[in-house]
Design a protein around this ligand. Sequence first.
Ligand SMILES: Nc1ncnc2c1ncn2[C@@H]1O[C@H](COP(=O)(O)OP(=O)(O)O)[C@@H](O)[C@H]1O
Ligand SMILES: [Mg+2]
Length: 244
Amino acid sequence: VAVVGSSRPKPLPADTEARISEFADLVATAIAAATTRADLIASRARIVAAADDARRRIERDLHDGAQQRLVSLGLRLRMAEDVVPGELDELRKELSDVVSGLNQVGQELQEISRGIHPAILSRGGVAPALKALARRSAVPVTLDVAIERRLPDAVEITVYYVVAEALANAAKHAQASEVTVHARVTEAQLELSICDDGVGGVDPSKGSGLIGLKDRVEVIGGQLRITSTPEAGTSLRISIPLPC
Ligand SMILES: Nc1ncnc2c1ncn2[C@@H]1O[C@H](COP(=O)(O)OP(=O)(O)O)[C@@H](O)[C@H]1O
Ligand SMILES: [Mg+2]
């Protein structure tokens, strides 16, 4: 509602109503744009959260279902192997091969479910999950992580995926000999950096990893900055606001 008046005794100019009406149109457009933007930010956040929930569910189903079944089938086969009579050597060998095969499938499944959603993150939070990533990294990693408390789910998942992608990139593209990961929380935000000493030359438009990370970080109100030069290698710096 716009109420327009004047303290002057003279009547308002003749075009006043038309000009105010144009001005009102402008204001309406600005309000609509702001609302659309807010809706867009909220729906982006919902999409990321829904995808994360689905991944967490799949990981849990795999762990509690298929993986447990495989383990118990393996145990039963081992027991069967033990009672095979001595003269049936070939059968025993065959059973033993099947058990090894089952164990391998179990490990592959574990790798897959780790990629879908890292169980260690749900259990222990950021610090142990980053340790696990560092241990598995092809390039040696120096970790400096000062995060003692649990953070919101979306923040923990984001940190994990950012570090996982940065370490994968360092191994795949950078020819780096070392990666350093710093992470700390202050009162108001989380600060994370991942720096390699490789050849530089990042170009997010050439792949999907870094663009996806930027989406993830921005959805939760954070910022991702990338610097990448042949002299200094590649650094990702992320800051994410934390709820008080
Ligand atoms: N740490 C790095 N060092 C050098 N080049 C990199 C590094 N990370 C990424 N790049 C380059 O930037 C591109 C985009 O990276 P990314 O979005 O992760 O895509 P992807 O890893 O799937 O190729 C890569 O294809 C690669 O050329
Ligand atoms: Mg990548």
